[in-house]
Design a protein around this ligand. Structure first.
Ligand SMILES: NC(=O)c1ccc[n+]([C@@H]2O[C@H](COP(=O)([O-])OP(=O)(O)OC[C@H]3O[C@@H](n4cnc5c(N)ncnc54)[C@H](OP(=O)(O)O)[C@@H]3O)[C@@H](O)[C@H]2O)c1
Length: 288
């Protein structure tokens, strides 16, 4: 397939690009800067230069692709509006060139809010944190578009041994000699390794399912205290973690920081039932 990837230089998007290339797909990636272009050219990936803030400048590329995987986000206060304009422009372009496209839209686990000991499935009502609530409406718009065969994927917290959801902890350990934890050690994070996530995106884009939503996680809920314990051992940390009170975190970081302070559990059973998803990284605690 010929697949346009938005966010191809990002943490999730770059893993997806590698997965697609390794499976003989033809990738075209949006790059908004020379730096992004260089990263993508190093992977021998075709580029379209453009910004998701001005999609009308490059949306013509949709006439030459079979699918779009959208993992771009500005993470600014106006990110919901930027995303809405983007998806509306992609729908218009798709309708204009009258081609039907597969579309994979990215949501996320924080749309379920605090679940406590309940396990969020795709039937669980959304209870999003404010900063990302816009994703729900935009996903609906994408799924309702008659020119798209669209699937929404909700990744849990994405990790690899040295980064993603763990990077904040690792940075504070390296810079300050102990982990800084927002809110509480007693929260649970559903987690998925970025390579497993990428293979799930590939399966989704290759499938013929549409107008559906799937959660993507390989662990329903990992206790943050256990993650910190493992990292402390790995980096030989002797000091206890510094717990930053939730209110101070929100004041310092903004509303989005509610996300990593949620106590959540999530299941990807629906995805496993629909796809032959081979998971390589089953247990974050055994790998970090
Ligand atoms: N990481 C997670 O644990 C996680 C979990 C669940 C859901 N999600 C969702 O997944 C999506 C991607 O997350 P991520 O962690 O991969 O983020 P990321 O590493 O920050 O990547 C964001 C991507 O968007 C691109 N981008 C930002 N502003 C742009 C603009 N104005 N025009 C064009 N491209 C632009 C970036 O390009 P540059 O390289 O040029 O900056 C980068 O490729 C987000 O919607 C996020 O909410 C993430």
């Amino acid at each position: 397939m010929r697949i346009l990837v938005l966010g191809a230089t990002g943490y999730i998007g770059s893993a997806i690009v590698d997965e697609l290339k390794n499976n003989d797909h033809d990738v075209i990636a949006l790059a908004r800067s020379s730096e992004a272009e260089e990263k993508l050219l190093a992977k021998n990936i075709e580029i379209v230069r453009g910004d998701i803030r001005s999609p009308h400048n490059w949306s013509h590329v949709v006439q030459n692709v079979d699918a779009i995987i959208h993992t771009a986000a500005t993470f600014t206060d106006d990110m919901g509006d930027v995303d809405l304009t983007l998806v509306q422009e992609l729908i218009s372009a798709c309708e204009k060139f009258s081609n039907r496209l597969r579309f994979i839209y990215t949501g996320g686990v924080w749309l379920y809010g605090e679940t406590g000991s309940n396990i969020a499935t795709e039937d669980t009502a959304y209870n999003p944190i404010n900063a990302f609530a816009w994703m729900i409406q935009n996903a609906k718009i994408v799924q309702a578009a008659s020119c798209f065969d669209a699937i929404t994927l909700h990744p849990s917290i994405v990790w690899d041994r040295d980064g993603g959801g763990l990077s904040r902890f690792i940075t504070s350990i390296k810079e300050k000699g102990r982990a800084e934890v927002w809110g509480s050690l007693e929260t649970h994070w559903p987690m998925v390794h970025r390579e497993d996530l990428a293979s799930a995106y590939r399966l989704a884009v290759e499938s013929n399912l549409s107008n559906d939503t799937f959660n993507l996680t390989t662990e329903e809920g990992v206790l943050v205290r256990d993650i910190i314990q493992k990292l402390d051992r790995r980096f030989d940390v002797s000091k206890d973690a510094l717990i930053i009170p939730a209110d101070d975190v929100i004041t310092g970081q903004g509303d989005w920081a509610q996300g990593p302070m949620l106590d959540q559990r999530m299941s990807a059973q629906k995805f496993h039932d629909a796809f032959d998803w081979t998971v390589q990284h089953r247990n974050v605690l055994s790998e970090i």
